[in-house]
Design a protein around this ligand. Structure first.
Ligand SMILES: [Zn+2]
Length: 356
């Protein structure tokens, strides 16, 4: 099935950078000012199919208020059901990341395959958005995040009148089982290293490391597609998965052969896609993570276990603001100043970050 992308005509204005000045633009050139939360400038939508369910679905993204975060809303269920894009709402991690309401039971509303869209939100720095779906699964598009990056670009982004919160990793957190490892290490910015080792010679052992910025995400990660083994297709379909999978939305590997006639987009596209997934899964933390993420043969399950391990101990992390120049400042300091010096000090601290 072909995919379709529609944009609100107003969003075209947002693509002209000089017409899309963010709110509070007097702070934009101040390296000490805190980064601000961002949302879409206009609604935008696309249609496609779910890679696992094979179901046609229309996805519409809406701007949302500061502090809203990313939320999904199923609009095909009678009363609409809203599900927060949160690590503690993950109910399935087999072959995709699935969110649920947290009620349990067969009637629980779920949203499948959120990871590639979440990755685009993380990579482009979208803090707040409401995502409407008229089906059970985020459309797979071309198997990467490129279509979602395009959609967000079409909508445009606006800065909001609230500082962005980030999660700073304070001490190493490791999840390990057999030869699989997922790890978070303290560091004042976000980077990801990942290694995979597949028996199929077309993949083999690959490793890649990247410091995550909007520009590195766009050029090195966003276009990397999901992949699968030809031998697994029958097995997955018996499980009710991969029903919408095809050469149009996944790299299919048969031993030493890539079946897609167009070949690969990167020689190490497989490990780059694992980084794409990892960034999307970890954005379910509810904010950007400042730290180094290392994954070794890890997948959706380990990414989610890593967040559970991180949040299991409050000593592992803290809330921070990050200045436009990259300086990290604990949010407790703002609160403390509020108590000590009153609201004016907070306003001053927020407007002109005083981090050392
Ligand atoms: Zn993926």
């Amino acid at each position: 099935m072909s995919t379709r992308i529609q944009t609100d005509p107003r969003s075209l204005v947002a693509r002209l950078p000089f017409l899309a000045m963010p709110t509070g633009s007097s702070h934009t050139m101040d390296a000490d000012a805190p980064q601000r939360q961002r949302t879409l400038r206009a609604p935008v939508k696309c249609s496609g199919i779910g890679v696992h369910t094979g179901t046609p679905v229309t996805l519409t993204m809406f701007p949302a208020a500061p502090g809203h975060g990313i939320r999904f809303r199923r609009v095909d269920l009678g009363p609409d059901v809203e599900i927060a894009a949160s690590w503690d709402r993950v109910v399935v991690t087999n072959h995709c990341t699935m969110l649920g309401q947290g009620l349990g039971g067969e009637d629980e509303a779920t949203v499948m395959t959120v990871e590639h869209l979440m990755s685009a939100f993380a990579g482009l720095g979208v803090d707040n958005a409401l995502v409407l779906l008229d089906g059970p699964e985020v459309p797979i598009m071309d198997g990467s995040s490129a279509a979602f990056v395009f959609l967000i670009d079409c909508a445009g982004l606006v800065e909001q009148d609230a500082p962005r919160r980030a999660i700073e990793v304070l001490r190493p957190v490791t999840v390990e089982e057999g030869n699989k490892v997922a790890q978070l290490l303290p560091q004042p910015h976000c980077s990801i290293s990942f290694a995979i080792d597949f028996p199929a010679p077309a993949i083999g052992r690959q490793s890649h490391r990247i410091t995550i910025t909007e520009s590195s995400y766009r050029s090195e990660i966003a276009r990397a597609r999901t992949f699968g083994m030809l031998q697994e297709v029958d097995y997955l379909r018996k499980l009710g998965l991969a029903r919408g999978g095809s050469l149009e939305n996944a790299i299919v590997v048969d031993g030493d052969r890539i079946l897609n006639p167009e070949g690969l987009r990167f020689t190490d596209e497989f490990v780059r896609h694992k980084i794409l997934d990892c960034l999307g899964d970890l954005y379910l933390a509810g904010a950007p993570i400042l730290g180094h993420v290392h994954g070794e043969r890890a997948g959706h399950a380990f990414n989610n276990r890593l967040l559970h391990a991180l949040f299991a101990d409050p000593a592992n992390w803290r809330w921070v603001e990050v200045s436009r120049g990259g300086t990290v400042r604990p949010i407790e300091a703002v609160t403390h100043e509020a108590v000590t010096h009153g609201a004016e000090a907070v306003e001053a601290a927020t407007q002109h970050s005083v981090a050392a």
